[in-house]
Structures are given as C-alpha cells and as structure tokens.
Design a protein around this ligand. Structure first.
Ligand SMILES: Cc1cc2nc3c(=O)[nH]c(=O)nc-3n(C[C@H](O)[C@H](O)[C@H](O)COP(=O)(O)OP(=O)(O)OC[C@H]3O[C@@H](n4cnc5c(N)ncnc54)[C@H](O)[C@@H]3O)c2cc1C
Length: 545
C-alpha cells in the first residue's frame, strides 16, 4: 500500500469543497418565487426533479460534452457522402435527459396554465450547466407552433413536442421524437434576411426544391429545419427534413463546422441545399411573418439562457467566497467582496425575475391581448439587455474565484466563452433595439402594455417614480425617439421593467436595485453599490449555506 502523502511538499488546504452535486431548483429562491407568481406551481415537482438532475448528473456529463467538440464526417471510407456530425456520447445523454424532462416540449405536450413558465424555468436550469445543447432544445421548442400551421406537418409538430429523444440518423417515420433547427442566415446578410438568395422552385402543391446555402446552420443533425428561401411569390418559410420523405437522405450537404469562440458541445455548420426537398409553411412571400413565431420564442430563451449563465456564475462565486479564506477570514466576510457579490446578486435576480415575467406573458398571450402585446415588446427589450449584461457579469464572477476561475476545471471559462453568444444570434443588440422602436411606432398596444406594467409599480420607490416620468413621455408619444437613441431608451425601459417586476414581487432586493440602477448610485463596474445597503439581506438570499 502507498503510505506516502499525496504530495511530498504540502497539504491541500484552503480550497472549497466541490460545487456539485447541488440542487439548482431548491437553492434558487428568486426562481421559485417567480415561477409561483407566474402560475407555474403545478409543475413544481417536475422542476424540482430537473433542478436536482441538472446540478448533479448533467453538470458532471457536461464537461466532456463540451471539451470533446463535435466532428464533421462528410464522407465514409468509400467516398460516399454521409454528412454526419459525431458528438461525444455525453451530448446524447444530456439531450435525452433534457427532452424527457420537458426542456424542449413541456409547453406543448402538457399544456395547462403555467406550462410556458415551467418550460422557461427548465430552460434556465438546463442552460446553467450545458448551454451548448440549449441551442437544439430551444429551436425544437420554438419550431413546434410554426409546424402546426401546415396541416401536413401536424405529426411533425407532435413529435417535436414529444418527451422522446432519438439521436439516430434515420427518417422522420422511424422516430417517436424529433429535433428541429433553423436556417435563415446567409453570407450576404443575417440581420437583413430579405437579402436571402436561396431559391425555392415549386415542384407540386406545397412541395419545393431548394438551391442555395446557409452561412450559419446550428444543430445540423436535427431531423428537420425551418428555412427561409425565395419562392416565386417572395421570401417564404419551409420545413426541410434531413431525410427525404420518399426515402434516402435529402440533398442537404454539410460543408464545414464553424470553429467557434465557445458553445463547443453544439455544432454550427455551413450548408448547401443542392435541390433539397422542402414543404412550404404559410403563404409564399410570408416567410418572415411565419418564422417570427419561432424567433420570438428563441429570443425568450436567449434571455433565460443569459440569466442562467449569470445564476451559475454567481452561485460558483458565492460558493468559493464562502469557503476560501484570505487575510484571516472567508472572502465572503471582506467588505469589498461583499459589495461585488451583492451587486452581482441584484443583477442576476432582476434578470430571472423579469425573464419569468415575460414567460408568464407568453403563457397568457392566447387569451389576453395586453399580455400578448407585453410579451411582444418585452421579449425584444429583455433579449437586448439581459444578454448584453451577461459577458461582463460572468467575467466579474470569474474574478471572484481568482486564478481558479480562469482554469477549465471550473465551469467559469466555459460560461465566459458562451456569454457573448446570446446577444449576437437571434437578432443582435441593435436589431433588438430597432425592433423596440418599430413596435412602439407601429403597434400602439405595446406602448400601452408597457405603460400599464410600469404604472402598476408606481408609488413604491422614489427612484423608480423619477425614472418613470421620462419613460411615460416616450410611451405616450410625447417624446419622439430617434434611431440613434434606440439603445438609450431600450436600456432605460429594461431597467425600469426589471425594477417594476422586483417591486411588484415584493423582492427584498428591490430597494437596492432601484437605488443603484435607477437612482444613479452606481459606478460603471460591478461592486460599486452605495453605502447603507443591507448586503447581508441580499447575500443570504443568493445561496443557502
Ligand atoms: C454560433 C452561431 C450559431 C448560429 N446559428 C444559426 C442558425 O442555426 N441559424 C441561423 O439562421 N443563423 C444562425 N446564426 C447566425 C446569427 O443569427 C447571425 O450571425 C446574426 O443574426 C447576425 O447576422 P450577421 O452575422 O449576418 O451580421 P450582420 O447582419 O451583418 O450584422 C452585423 C452587426 O451590424 C448590426 N446591424 C445590422 N443591421 C443594422 C442596422 N440597420 N442598424 C444598426 N446596426 C445594424 C447587427 O446588430 C450586428 O451587430 C448563428 C450565429 C452564431 C454566432
């Protein structure tokens, strides 16, 4: 037996215990309160199950799924095209667990009040530990309602919502559950999808042949893709299956995989359509109007994902600060570290409380016009602001771990690489802000919904009320907003809406959020909260000991 100590020179001391296993649902007070407030309580058991799984098994599996990047197999040994992407087995295990627990389909296969809220919470929990798989999961979730618009695709919609994952390279008919991707972006224009050049030629009825390319095409092993292409009547939306409905592979060629900054467990490709079979959804010329339903839901998940990145980064920072000692006491007891962590805690709570508020509006949108209008505009506002805050936030949390936060065994480098992505895809920052202006100008019900939301929180905090006045003028059309100021006003709206959510929820963090974010008592970096705030109260809420 080896009787030597593990190291000849030292003992391992002053290092925190492992972060996981950890129950991500039980530990997250803000999430549980938000889900309850937005009527998601009937799914609490499912959320509790997934929170425990995500913080244990999925967390453990995620490291190899991320490190061992997907590989393109364009040809087999004999030179035939196979157009396959190989993933680490953990990728498939994670996808299976997520889909079976409803991360992609709960809102559709178990529709009752609060289902969108619960699915949003699942998405947030999942993204904390394995954000790469969030991409195919969110696209699958978001594509289902679009598929329902084509009577011939109802079975596709049902299988996309099913709690069943099948990663085999086989056709639609051989699977009980499906995954979906999205093909909009081409080389000559991503934000401006009207510049799409891919041509769709009618073959018979709603069936077309597509010729062209897509410059970004994520999750290319999905069973089908909603793509935009130019039909005789203009830009139109299509379902393109990976397998031809009459047998054999569809003429969809994977050219290469993108070498990305992060998001490594997820494959993003460039593709060519070489006469690929596709089924039209919606009328010719209505492509953007048809696919926007999918995009609105993926944008909600961008917001939830960035909130999830913040939550995981903060939880890691808190865990470290609680156990690591410096200059004779735990990091958590140092006044300046408390300011940093409390400041991050305000940001993270405002992010998830607001994202779940928007999910609640999506849930009620079908029967409530004001909630529909609120979801429409709050999605763009939240997608802009929460995704924009994540990279700086994750960096700050990373710094709380010192050097360990820069090393791959901690999850922080992975989160740091992931963090910029949500603000780029699904409509980059400027596009979201311009969308906010467009909605305010052309859909007056959106301004009315924002006014009502902010009004309902008035009179509870002086800083909030002061900020509300200029916003009232904008939302009632008295102050016109020029294009160059779109970010300024979207940011102000986002902060006011986050504050309103916290105030209405009675969150103990609301006064500190309002003082720092609305009352001007804050610097440009995190950790600049003013004196006199109750840091204990904020920090006790973040992570149970
Ligand atoms: C990892 C990854 C995976 C992706 N996966 C997919 C996918 O699966 N399917 C898919 O369709 N796309 C995908 N995308 C593409 C993504 O959606 C686009 O990159 C994004 O929409 C921006 O388009 P673009 O790259 O063409 O940039 P551009 O449209 O050229 O925009 C560049 C910049 O200019 C800004 N800008 C554009 N127009 C204006 C304007 N009028 N005023 C002010 N600013 C403006 C944009 O906000 C952006 O900051 C993916 C991207 C990445 C990074």
């Amino acid at each position: 037996m080896d009787t030597l100590p593990p190291f000849a020179t030292h003992r391992v001391e002053n290092q925190p215990p492992p972060f996981a296993p950890r129950d991500l649902w039980r530990d997250d007070v803000a999430l549980r309160e938000a889900v309850s407030r937005e009527s998601g309580d009937s799914h609490a058991e499912a959320l509790a199950r997934y929170g425990a799984l995500a913080g244990d098994e999925i967390y453990r599996l995620s490291f190899d799924a991320h490190r061992d990047k997907p590989r393109l197999r364009s040809h087999d040994a004999l030179g035939h095209r196979i157009d396959l992407v190989e993933f680490h087995p953990n990728y498939h295990a994670i996808m299976r667990a997520a889909i079976e627990h409803g991360v992609a389909g709960l809102s559709w296969h178990d529709p009752r009040p609060g289902s969108h809220v619960a699915r949003a919470a699942l998405s947030y929990l999942h993204h904390q530990v394995e954000p790469g798989t969030s991409c195919p999961l969110t696209m699958t979730h978001a594509a289902a309602p679009v598929l329902r618009h084509a009577p011939a695709l109802v079975e596709w919609a049902r299988k996309a919502a099913a709690p069943s994952y099948d990663g085999r390279d086989v056709g639609f008919g051989d699977k009980a559950g499906l995954t979906l991707g999205m093909g909009m972006t081409e080389k000559q224009g991503g934000s401006d999808v009207r510049a799409n050049q891919t041509l769709a030629t009618p073959v018979s009825g709603d069936e077309y042949e597509l010729v062209g390319h897509k410059w970004f095409f994520s999750a290319p092993m999905s069973d089908g893709f909603l793509v935009l292409a130019q039909a005789p009547g203009g830009l139109s939306c299509f379902l393109m299956p990976r397998w031809h409905p009459h047998g054999g592979k569809n003429a969809l060629r994977l050219m290469r995989l993108k070498d990305k900054l992060g998001d490594w467990s997820n494959a993003s490709s460039e593709v060519e359509f070489q006469g690929a079979w596709a089924q039209r959804i919606g009328d010719e010329g209505r492509g953007v109007a048809t696919i926007i339903e999918m995009v609105m839901l993926t944008r909600l998940d961008c917001m939830l994902g960035s909130a999830g990145e913040m939550r995981m980064a903060l939880a890691q920072a808190m865990h470290h600060a609680r156990h690591r000692r410096s200059f004779g006491k735990p990091l958590l007891d140092h006044a300046l570290m408390r300011n940093v962590l409390a400041d991050l805690a305000l940001e993270a709570e405002a992010a998830i409380q607001f994202a779940i508020r928007v999910a609640g509006a999506v849930d009620r949108a079908g029967g409530d016009a004001r909630e529909q209008a609120f979801a429409r505009i709050a999605t763009a506002i939240g997608k802009y602001w929460i995704c924009k805050r994540a990279p700086a936030f994750v960096n700050e949390a990373q710094e709380c771990l010192g050097g360990a936060g820069y090393v791959e065994e901690s999850i922080l480098p992975r989160l740091y690489r992931q963090a910029p992505l949500n603000s780029i895809w699904e409509g980059s920052g400027n596009i979201q802000c311009l969308d906010v202006l467009r909605a305010l100008a052309r859909e007056p019900q959106t301004a009315a919904a924002l006014l009502a939301e902010l009004e309902s929180a008035a009179g509870r905090d002086a800083a909030f009320d002061t900020q509300f006045d200029p916003l009232r003028a904008v939302l009632s059309g008295r102050t016109p907003v020029v294009e160059a100021q779109a970010r300024v006003w979207t940011e102000r709206l986002a902060l006011a809406l986050q504050a309103a959510t916290l105030l209405r929820a009675g969150s103990p963090l609301a006064p500190a959020f309002c003082a720092s974010r609305l009352g001007g008592q804050h610097g440009l970096a995190f950790g600049t909260l003013p004196e006199g705030l109750d840091f204990d109260l904020v920090l006790q809420r973040v992570l149970p000991a």
